[in-house]
Design a protein around this ligand. Structure first.
Ligand code: HEM
Length: 756
């Protein structure tokens, strides 16, 4: 957290010979790389490395065994003004190999060449076997103290602040896959508590596909690309996925969450997070409760539309990571409340008839309230992606005293899997010593040696008891905050490969989810099933999945069957009478608009003063304005962030029209018209496309002055969520109100008829 803005000295050092810094066009919106604007000419005056960007953070400088070093975090990176070898010898030249004459062969003695190429050859490590694609951020967790009664965990005591690192991810895709695919999202949080690291390794969905970890390789093999052609990438819309979930019907609950809008989040900032499993909490008195963890986003739970998600896959495959970093850089720090649902720790381990050990089941919030216990704020982006986001290693066994596991068979398998995979991924057993993984609690283990050992362990007796090291390390008790393995009674039972009978209910909660959705959410679910199954080749798989849909709900089944051109089967199990859970729906509430992106279409001949005013007002409202103009550079005194050629509707949460720009010189009216607009000659066709798409995606649209004519030309004037007013300020106020509901749901009015 010690990064600072570039000093004047550093700025001067990178000034060009002409003394000019080319920063006039550097936009005051997030995303520009580097902490100082680059000069046009190559800088040649030696100076220390530039500091990181102000919003960047890095792991604390701790020793491998957790002691604070007091060094600034910038000391994690490179030092000094001069290029060196890995061993610090300064170098004169890194552009030419050492050769026997300018035209001669390269000499084996060129240690710099060999070191540079050898290191490069080994830059890649295996990507995660699942959740390979992700983005991380640093932050702070502040406890409310409301969990003190149920857990002795020190970091949950009132007012306690704990540093955290969070990694969000998709599950199925490779490291380079697109962010906006339909998939579950990982939500893994590392709390660096002073009683040992706590990893809450959750997802944005509260249930999982399978009930027993032994099936995890199977579901992942089914979801990953087919082994022969290695397609499709980062998709569940293929035969093996649907083959698996239709044969293992316990997967139907998680599958409907994936097919719902939760599978295509608008942003990491607008996702809920869930610990999924039930955990056991133990307080100072040794009393226990069962609990489920929930993350509640301050901005609410919001999603993309399917068309937006697909367009973004091509336009901006990094949409979610860019959104996360940009929001932090803009000061719109993402926030969540951590909450717990608390249940009595009874021998049956059930609540309201729901088996708490079954990870395919939720406990509706209406039955057990989510009680807020603290707040998470993400306020620093990583300084180096590989060092932090790629090397971070989460593990469910990283637990502080006061939080313990249960016998959920999925959780039990996970306790084995994470460290096991990290041994390969991170190249040996010492990955807790990598800076991002270093604990902030004193470490005194008896683990020794191994690849990449960074600690210089003193002493001669890494065993217990010993007398040679004076008996150190000593076991701790309650007074010293020792971890508590809760002495749970294990019922006498035969050793079996079997599930409890309660795990056999595969449909009641899927139906509960379906019935809790609003009409527009139901419509999206139908379309998602129809799309995904429509991508399958084999009729048998579609028919088998339709059977599961029939067991969930006849309307759902019929609608999907219609899309597939297949008959809708009758249910094979009675439809269960369930009470919907309104908390599951994303629609119908209002939320803050912090960090939302507002596109402002600028006409160079239009109201530029008005644009400047609105742009500042958008900033002041905690949102990010992006100016969209016919060309890059400046329009008047205003820096342009997107042109009609580089911008697309999917980047914006709302669009404002400050004019009616004529077709720009690079417009191709014939081709652009084909892309979706009738292209009347007076307005650039890409602006019309922007408005049409925003309308189709139910986004707020506003216009003033000449901009109103664009609404008319696009055929959207006077429709719900389209505002025309006399000034930019009035338009912005109305548009911000519309954004509070995330989308203009009224544009989907007809759907309530279909599902009534
Ligand atoms: C409730 C069910 C599960 C949830 C919520 C979950 C969540 C996650 C998350 C969030 C990550 C990404 C961690 C990161 O950002 O580095 C992850 C990775 C992983 N998960 Fe799970 N997972 C679940 C089930 C399982 C099961 C049953 C297994 C295996 C038995 C498993 C094995 C793995 C592995 C091997 C990784 C990669 C870890 C690494 O390379 O560092 N997961 N999981």
């Amino acid at each position: 957290m010690d990064s600072s803005k570039p000093t004047e000295a550093v700025k001067n050092a990178v000034k060009t010979a002409s003394g000019k810094i080319a920063d006039a066009l550097t936009p005051d919106v997030p995303g520009a790389p580097g902490s100082a604007p680059p000069p046009v000419e190559e800088p040649t005056t030696p100076h220390d490395p530039l500091p990181p960007k102000p919003e960047q953070g890095a792991p604390q400088t701790r020793t491998p065994t957790g002691a604070e070093t007091g060094a600034p975090t910038i000391a994690n990176g490179q030092q000094g003004a001069y290029l060196t070898t890995a061993n610090g010898a300064r170098l004169r030249d890194t552009d030419h190999s050492l050769k026997a004459g300018p035209r001669g062969p390269v000499l084996l003695q060129d240690h710099h060449l060999r070191e540079k190429i050898t290191h490069f050859d080994h830059e890649r490590i295996p990507e995660r076997v699942v959740h390979a694609r992700g983005a991380g951020a640093h932050g702070v967790f502040t406890a409310y103290g409301t969990a003190e009664e149920v857990t002795r965990a020190g970091f949950l005591k009132k007012g306690r602040e704990t540093e955290v690192f969070v990694r969000f991810s998709t599950v199925l895709g490779s490291r380079g896959s697109a962010d906006t695919v339909r998939d579950t999202r990982g939500f893994a949080t590392k709390f660096y508590t002073d009683e040992g690291t706590f990893d809450l390794v959750g997802n944005n969905m509260p249930v999982f596909f399978i009930q027993d970890a032994i099936k995890f390789p199977d579901i992942i093999h089914a979801g990953k690309p087919h082994p022969d052609r290695e397609i499709p990438q980062a998709q569940s819309a293929h035969d093996t996925f649907w083959d698996f979930v239709s044969l293992h019907t316990e997967a139907q609950h998680h599958t409907i969450w994936n097919m719902s809008d939760r599978g295509i989040p608008r942003s990491y900032r607008t996702m809920e997070g869930f610990g999924v499993h039930t955990f056991r909490l133990v307080n100072e008195a040794g009393e226990t409760v069962l609990a489920k963890f929930h993350w509640k986003p301050k901005l609410g739970v919001h999603s993309l539309t399917w068309e937006e998600a697909q367009l973004l896959g091509g336009m901006d495959p990094d949409f979610h990571r860019r959104d996360l970093y940009d929001a932090i850089e803009a000061g719109a720090y993402p926030e969540w409340e951590l909450g717990i649902q608390v249940f009595p720790d009874t021998p049956e381990e059930t609540f309201a008839g729901i088996d708490l050990l079954d990870p395919t089941k939720i406990v509706p919030e209406e039955l057990a309230e989510v009680q807020p216990i603290g707040k998470l704020v993400l306020n620093r982006t990583p300084t180096n992606f590989f060092a932090e986001t790629e090397q971070v290693a989460f593990h469910l066994g990283h637990l502080p005293p006061g939080i313990d596991v249960t016998n959920d068979p999925l959780l039990q398998g996970r306790l084995f899997s994470y460290v096991d995979t990290q041994l390969t991924r991170l190249g040996g057993p010492n990955f807790t010593q990598i800076p991002i993984n270093r604990p902030h609690a004193a470490v005194n283990d008896m683990l020794r040696d191994g690849f990449h050992q960074h600690a210089v362990h003193a002493g001669v007796a890494p065993y217990r008891p010993n007398s040679l090291d004076g008996g150190n390390p000593f076991p701790a008790g309650d007074a010293e905050h020792a971890f508590v393995d809760v002495p749970v009674t294990v019922a006498q039972a035969p050793k079996v490969r079997a599930n409890p009978a309660s795990f056999d209910d595969h449909y009641s909660q899927v139906r509960l989810f379906w019935l809790s959705m609003s009409p527009v959410e139901k419509e999206h679910i139908i379309r998602a099933y129809a799309f995904e199954l429509g991508k399958c080749y084999h009729q048998a798989i579609k028919e088998r999945q339709l059977q599961s849909l029939a067991n969930i709900d006849p309307v759902l089944c019929e609608q999907v069957a219609t899309g597939l051109g297949l008959p809708a089967p009758q249910p094979t199990t009675p439809l269960v009478d369930v009470t919907p859970s309104p908390a599951l729906s994303q629609v119908g509430r209002e939320w803050p608009s912090d960090g939302r992106v507002v596109g402002i279409v600028v006409d160079p001949d239009g109201d530029l003063d008005g644009v400047d005013e609105v742009r500042r007002a958008v900033f002041d409202a905690g949102m990010v304005p992006l100016l969209i103009a016919p060309h890059g550079g400046m329009v008047g005194d205003l820096p342009v962030q997107r042109t009609f050629a580089t911008g697309r509707s999917v980047e914006f949460d709302a669009v404002l029209l400050a004019g009616a720009p004529a077709p720009a010189p690079d417009a191709l009216p014939a081709r652009d018209a084909k892309a979706g607009s009738p292209a009347p000659a007076t307005v650039d066709p890409r602006v019309l496309l922007l408005v049409e798409e925003c309308w189709r995606h139910a986004k707020a649209i506003g216009a003033w002055g000449a901009g109103v004519t664009v609404l008319e030309q696009a055929g959207v004037a006077g429709t719900p969520g389209v505002v025309a007013a006399g000034s930019g300020a009035e338009v912005l106020t109305a548009v911000q109100q519309l954004m509070a509901a995330h989308r203009v749901w009224e544009r989907f009015r007809y759907l309530s008829v279909r599902f009534s």
